[in-house]
Design a protein around this ligand. Structure first.
Ligand code: NAD
Length: 245
């Protein structure tokens, strides 16, 4: 038996992670019923059902997606990893499994967490718009697989089949419980490794507060309807001004 998808029932793939958990908490505040699908469970929260599994496993996903109408996909191996096969498996094959499972489970909307680095060619971008082409030479293999992943998700947008997709592209995300950005910066500074400037000190980098990233994801999800111009599109998300670094 298949449970009919309810519009307030969503799943967060990668919901045990930094961004995922903030997203889960905001969705609960907004009255959603939330399932988390992740290879690990990092917390407990009333109202959240945890499904532990690998997103490359379509059967495991199908169990977690029963009755779900909206999926946020914000799982990824850590960008710092140099395990190419892992990026390929999780970000590309895994995303294909996610899309197939969504179609089979009758999910109506998928919001992907992409990355602003998909358009970064190594030179500063200010006020970059979404119509910038994908990077021809991505800065690393993680980014290369984020490009492939975004293309897969946006291409899967199909009004006839009833699956609508959108991608959100943050750059650096900061906020409470950030495991990477600020802790790594502080640690690097403590070890005396921040005494050198690469370039003339005017390189640009963009950081977005995690609540703004979450807000962007939920706005995108709630605006995603068959007649909406956002269907199958990617959106940059930023605070206001980039930081000089
Ligand atoms: P995170 O590492 O805190 O969370 C990622 C989660 O994905 C983890 O809980 C991990 O267990 C889960 N995961 C990894 N492989 C999995 C698999 N095979 N199956 C199921 N779950 C799996 O990372 P984050 O910072 O919260 O990043 C979330 C998303 O945002 C990622 O897609 C990342 O590419 C994107 N992003 C992050 C930043 C940033 O600055 N943090 C910037 C741009 C884009």
């Amino acid at each position: 038996t298949r449970i009919r998808p309810s519009s307030k029932r969503c799943a967060v793939i990668g919901g045990s992670g930094f961004l995922g958990r903030h997203l889960v908490e905001k969705l609960l505040d907004k009255g959603y019923t939330v399932s988390v699908f992740d290879i690990r469970q990092s917390y407990e929260l009333p109202g959240v059902t945890f499904h532990q599994g690998d997103l490359c496993d379509k059967q495991a996903l199908l169990t977690a997606l029963q009755g779900v109408s909206l999926v946020f996909h914000c799982a990824s191996p850590a960008p710092a990893s140099d395990d190419k096969a892992l990026f390929q498996r999780v970000n590309i094959q895994g995303t294909q499994a996610v899309l197939q499972a969504c179609t089979e489970a009758g999910v109506q909307k998928v919001v992907l967490t992409s990355s602003a680095s998909v358009v970064f060619e190594g030179t500063d971008i200010k006020d970059g718009r979404e119509d910038l082409p994908y990077a021809k030479k991505p800065i690393d293999y993680y980014t290369q697989t984020k490009i492939e992943q975004e293309k897969l998700v946006l291409k899967a947008c199909d009004k006839e089949k009833g699956l609508l997709t959108v991608a959100i592209r943050p750059h650096g995300i900061f906020g409470p419980r950030d495991p990477q950005l600020v802790p790594i910066l502080v640690d690097t500074a403590r070890r005396g490794k921040m005494k050198f400037i690469i370039g003339d000190g005017s390189n640009l980098v963009d950081f977005t507060f995690v609540d703004n990233v979450v807000h962007g994801h939920i706005l995108a999800a709630e605006s995603l309807r068959p007649e909406s111009p956002i269907c199958g599109k990617a959106y940059h998300i930023t605070n206001d001004e980039p930081v000089r670094f």
